[in-house]
Design a protein around this ligand. Sequence first.
Ligand code: 15L
Length: 267
Amino acid sequence: PPAKPVLLTGASGNLGRHLAKELAARGWRLRLTDIAPFPDPLPAGAAFVKADLNDGVALLRQAEGCGAILHFGGVSVERPFEEVLGPNIRGLYHVYEAARREGARVVFASSNHSIGFHERPSGNAERLDYDCAFRPDGYYGLSKAYGELMGRMYWDKHGVENVNLRIGSCFPKPVDRRMLSTWLSYADLTRLVERCVLAERAGHAVIWACSDNPASYWGRDHRERIGWAPQDSAEPWRPEVGGITADPVTERYQGGSYTAIEYSRAC
Ligand code: 15L
C-alpha cells in the first residue's frame, strides 16, 4: 500500500464505492468524501466525511497529509451548464489547490466525452492517440477537458503530478454495442488506479481507460510510464449486446448518445 493516506472524492458513486472496497482490502488508508452519504458499511481503515466539492476549505482539510487524491467526484453525466459548473469546474480547482499544498498526485476520472465528437473508426488503423484534439460532446465532456488541461497547467507550473483517465464505459458488463469498444471492467479500473498511485513517476499522463477490447477506438497513451495493461475484454459479450441504435448521430461519434443530446446542427 502507499506510504501516505489517499483521498477519494465521489466515494459514494458507483466507481467510488467499488474503489473504496477494493483499495481498502489491499490495506490502503482511505479518506472518503462525497456530497451523498456513503451507502455501504465503511471499509476497514477508511474514514468518511460528507462534503461539497464547492467547499475549498473542506477539501484542503481532508487532503491534509495525503499522498494522492483520486478525484471521482462531480456530475457524471450530461447536465445543464449551471449544474456542471460548481462540482466539476470549481471543484477541480479545489482538488488541484489541495494537491499543490500537499505535494500530492491527482488521479482524475476524466471521460471519453472530452473527445466524444471524434468519429468512430472504421478499422484499427484509425485508432485515436492520447494527443488528439479535445472534441467535447457537451457541458459534461467540456468539464472533463478542462480538468485534463488543469492537470497540464498544474504540472507545468507547480510540478503537481496527475494521471487523467479517459474512462470509456465502466460498468459490471458491456450492455450495448458501443461498449464492445468502450467498456472498462471494474477489475481493470482497480488495477489501473493502483498503478496510478504506486508508479514511481507520473508527470502529466493521459490514459485511455478501457479494457483490452479488440473493437477499441483508442491507441497510444502513457500506460507504459505507469506500468498498466488491461487484462479483460468486452468481446465475450458480443452475442448478448444487441445491434446498433436507430440514431445516426449516436452511431457516428465515439461519445454515442451524449453527442445526440440537443444536437441541432443542420447536416
Ligand atoms: C461517462 O462519462 C459516464 O459517467 C458514464 O455514466 C457513461 O455514460 C460513460 O461515460 C459512457 O460513455 O458510456
